[in-house]
Structure formats: structure tokens, C-alpha cells
Ligand binder design. Sequence first.
Ligand code: ZN
Length: 323
Amino acid sequence: MKKKYYIGVDIGGTKILTALTDKKGNILSKAKKPTEADLGQEVIMRNIQESIDKVVDKSEVQKESIIRIGVGSPGPLDYEKGIIIENSNLSWKNVPIVKILNEINGIDVVLENDANAAALAENYFGAGKKADCIVYITISTGIGGGIIINRRIFHGGKGNAGEIGHMTLVPESVYQCGCGNKGCFEAVASGTAIARRAKDAVLDNKDNLIYKLCKGDLDKIDALLVAEAAKKGDYLALEIFKITGNLLGVGIANVVNLFDPEIIVLGGGVMSAESLFIDQMVESLKERALKPNLENLVIKKAELGKNTGVLGAVAVAMGDDLL
Ligand SMILES: [Zn+2]
């Protein structure tokens, strides 16, 4: 039988990561190129195409054996038309990327939101392997996610389902979200929220390690700095992580009650400080999630690390071939 290969392209704000894999997701060749987002659409598309050419050349796989190219990009996207409607990182508007790459390469191309793609990658190759229903949540500067039901991405009516970060969690909150609302999950429980809570707290209280570590320059406070202070036992920083853990637990309980997933996979930079909030998170999750949904629930840390994005794009390229 003819061997099957797939290409995944992960378009980020600063770099494009591309990989060619076999049908088990083993990476045979990889390419990394700067996105050069500020140089406009033509340059970005050229960089994407060069990275595709590079992974094909390096792998010595015949182009005819490549079944599909998957592209992961931040949204909003038009899945049906294969168009990136907008990408604020790249100042792109209405780019028919599927058509462009298909015409150049003569290979089918599939486009997917990067968070959904990451969820699929964890389901196919990572922490959610073998489960039919998983929810992937990434906690970093924002909170994003993807919902996998019966090993397929749940897109909703128009393709925009899974915006976990924009569930309203604290309606009376003054914390503004990028979407325009206040009190969204990501506005109150992301790395950005951890930093904001710390900045607000040190305005009135300078006798703490957070203030010392930032040397009085509040702009230097980020989630990492707050974690550093907490790990050294600073009371205020520990309290901020407790509050965050509690809110994360509430948000995850909402997801568990809605989707009853077998596995919740947690990724993103804030997870490197999990020891500071996990107990509180689990406690509030247990308090609020429905008992039958909790019974067999497994919470796992994402496993794919730096390859999540590109393996996500590969998983999208594989589509139903892996089912
Ligand atoms: Zn929001």
C-alpha cells in the first residue's frame, strides 16, 4: 500500500512552524521561518510556501504521497471558504489561504483555528489519546481552548464554538477582556489577570516580594514574576494564585458540566506554576461540577509542548484518516 504523509503549518505572530509527518504523526522533517508579519501578505505567504518546500525537500518524500496540508491560524476564520478573515497578529484581512496553497502545491488544504488544532493534536498524539471526548484549555496570556466530541472538533453553527476564554465568569468584575466584555474567564483567570491582580495589590501595599522583585516598576510585573514571589513564600503572591486557582476551578467546572468530557487537558505557560494553584483549582472544581460528570473525569497536563501548534496542524491535515 502506498505510504501516506501529511504537512502541518502553524502560523504564529513571529514564526511559521511547518512539519511533514507519516500517518502516525512521526515528524520526518521540520522547518521554522520568521513570519515577517509586518511585511504584508505576499511576504508571509512566500515564507509559508518556502517552509512547505523545505520540509518536502528535507524529507525526500514524493509530493504525490502527501495527502493533505493542514494550516493552523488564530481566527476568526471562514472554514467553509478557507479564508483567514482577520489575524490581528499579522494585520491580515480576508486571505483565501486554502485556495492559494492548493493552487501552488496541487494538494488538498484544510484550515483550522489554532486552539482547535491544538486540542485535536492532544487527542490524537498527546495527553488525550484514546479518549473520545476531551476539552483542551490553554492558560497563558489569554485562555483558549478546543472541544473534541467523538474525536472531532466541535465547531458549532458557524465554526466559532470553543471560545472557553470568553465565558462570563465574574459579571461584576472591572477586568476588561480583549473581546470588549468584562469578567470573561480569560480576563479574570489568565496570566494577564494574575499580573493585573498583583499590580492592583501592590499599589496599596509595598511591603511584599512582588514590589521588591519589580523594583518599583509595575510594568515589569507578569505572571512569571508573581510565581517567583509565590515560590519564595510571599503571602500576597500566594493569595493571588489561590484566587486564580479558585476561578480556574469554577471555569473548568462549567466546562465539565456542559460537555462531560473524559479528559480535560490543560496547557499554556501558566501551567508551569501549577503547584501554586492546582489544589485550590481542584477544590472549587469538585465543589461546582456535577457528581456524575466528575466521577471518571481525568485532568491531565498537555504533553506536546512546543510541537502542539504544528502537530495540531498535522492532526487537522489527517482529519478522519486517523479515526
Ligand atoms: Zn472575553
